[in-house]
Design a protein around this ligand. Structure first.
Ligand code: GDP
Length: 196
């Protein structure tokens, strides 16, 4: 899969405001600061398509990016620690959960996991929620350049073992780094195959 064009389409505050189209969508979600904007920019081949934020939790809308005029990358609000007020956080969580559970265009969710950390309960619970809802998802471990390959492998195995206790099956796993561009080819190839 080659990305020829990447265009911002819209920021939707709720499910009803999402684009009225039939294009396949691949959604990206994770804890604030996990590296979601950076990964979206890497995939799109654009430095500034999704904003790389200094403020954790600043992305609070569902952002749509149309790729090759044919399919879309969807940037969902981050979960976890956010400086936004609780009330705002809850309504954006609702937007994301409505999108994830009801959006017919959604082909697959990429759950982003910080490769440096031991399994985090919030990530495991979120994957469990997706599995319960029958929502297809894969895992993208981020910032793999920040630690040795052996340690990445240990953390990935640890996460998969913890996840196996929460839900059955082993999701497809990608090791990503925006520094080394690791994972870019594999993720785009996966999306290309999903679109066939
Ligand atoms: P978001 O809040 O999930 O969208 O995360 P951002 O993309 O804004 O990234 C958060 C911080 O992590 C920024 O300072 C990025 O430069 C840094 N970062 C993101 N991805 C990587 C990566 O693959 N490697 C390294 N070393 N830093 C990264």
């Amino acid at each position: 899969m080659k990305v020829r064009t990447a265009e911002f389409v819209t920021s939707a505050p709720d499910l009803a405001s999402c684009p009225d189209w039939a294009k396949s969508e691949f959604a990206f979600i994770g804890r604030s600061n996990v590296g979601k904007s950076s990964l979206l920019n890497l995939l799109a081949g654009r430095k500034d398509l999704a904003r790389v934020s200094a403020t954790p939790g600043a992305t609070q809308l569902i952002n749509f990016f149309e790729i090759n005029g044919d399919w879309a990358l969807v940037d969902l609000p981050g979960y976890g620690y956010s400086k936004t007020p609780q009330s705002v956080r809850e309504s954006f969580h609702r937007a994301a959960s409505d999108y994830l559970s009801q959006r017919e265009n959604l082909r697959c969710v990429f759950v982003l996991i910080d490769a440096r950390l031991p399994p985090q309960r919030i990530d495991l619970e979120f994957c469990g929620w997706l599995a319960d809802g029958g929502i297809p998802f894969v895992l993208a471990f981020t910032k793999t350049d920040k630690l040795k390959a052996g340690k990445v492998a240990t953390n990935v195995a640890g996460f998969l073992a913890a996840l196996a206790e929460v839900c059955g099956g082993e999701p497809r796993t990608f090791l990503c780094s925006t520094r080394t561009q690791a994972g870019k080819k594999e993720v785009l190839q996966f999306i290309g195959q999903a679109l066939e």
